[in-house]
Design a protein around this ligand. Structure first.
Ligand code: GLN
Length: 262
């Protein structure tokens, strides 16, 4: 199962968040601690997106759209990314290392983060019975969305379902929760840890897999596994939505309605 991370806080570098910590995403790519659901390493690609603080004269939209880097290679083997990650200042990051679900392709476009405009998205888990179980859900999307999926994977479809709701103006937390509930109803037993940010807020679901968070007075880090052994990490209980901002977060319990509208 993939591992993912998001951070909001004082300016830092992707290197300090992903590569340097003793159990950062780099370490989790070859020595993850909690791979429930299969896989032993996260070597089928990686990706990172980060928001670059605007500088004077950049215009109104500067800083809103993240920079994204994705690869089909293991994180440990891409030294160009290591150089870039050390030289980039940012105060908002979302990144992931991938362990491809058997049968799904190992291509850079299947690696999170998926992106549109200011949004970055990641999925840690698997949709059971893929793709038949969620065909009816997918058929509710515009056909152009289906024809332009990043990759033929469950995670890319989940992003298309979330993105469709965001485009319609739905609250981001509600969009994640609604997609988790709908997919679980169609494909019971799925693992649906979703992670979304716009660079100012992080939304995350915990559904069948681990997630921890660390809040300091001016930052928030959300990660599949704690990045270090410090006592500041708290595990988020299963079946919850996290809404997090620097310095604070709240949890909302998620439930699947007993009878869903047909
Ligand atoms: N099923 C997704 C994929 O293959 C996510 C995999 C994971 O979480 N290990 O990309």
């Amino acid at each position: 199962m993939c591992r993912h991370l998001a951070y909001l806080g004082p300016p830092t570098t992707p290197c300090a968040l992903l590569l340097a910590p003793p159990h950062g995403l780099l370490h989790q790519s070859y020595a993850p601690a909690d791979m429930r659901g299969g896989g032993t390493v996260n070597a089928d690609g990686f990706g990172a997106g980060w928001y670059v603080p605007p500088s004077a004269g950049d215009g109104d939209r500067a800083g809103l759209e993240p920079v994204r880097y994705r690869s089909d290679r293991p994180l440990w083997s891409d030294t160009s990314f290591h150089t870039l990650a050390a030289a980039t200042a940012t105060s908002a990051v979302l990144a992931a290392v991938r362990s491809a679900t058997p049968g799904m392709p190992v291509v850079s476009t299947a690696a999170a983060p998926f992106a549109e405009g200011r949004w970055l998205f990641s999925h840690n888990g698997v949709v059971r019975g893929w793709p038949g179980s969620v065909a009816a859900l997918a058929s509710g999307l515009p056909v152009t969305d289906l024809l332009t999926l990043d990759a033929p994977t469950d995670s890319a479809l989940l992003w298309a379902l979330v993105r469709h709701r965001l485009r319609g103006g739905e609250d981001p937390g509600t969009a994640l929760a609604d997609v988790v509930v709908a997919v679980e109803a169609a494909a019971p037993g799925s693992r649906l840890n979703l992670l979304l940010t716009d660079g100012s807020t992080i939304w995350a679901t915990v559904w069948g897999h681990a997630l921890s968070l660390r809040t300091t007075p001016d930052s928030i880090t959300v990660a599949s596994e704690p990045l270090d052994p410090s006592p500041g990490w708290t595990a988020v209980p299963d079946r919850h939505l996290v809404v997090a901002l620097p310095g604070r977060h709240r949890l909302v319990a998620l439930t699947v309605p007993r009878s869903l509208p047909s």
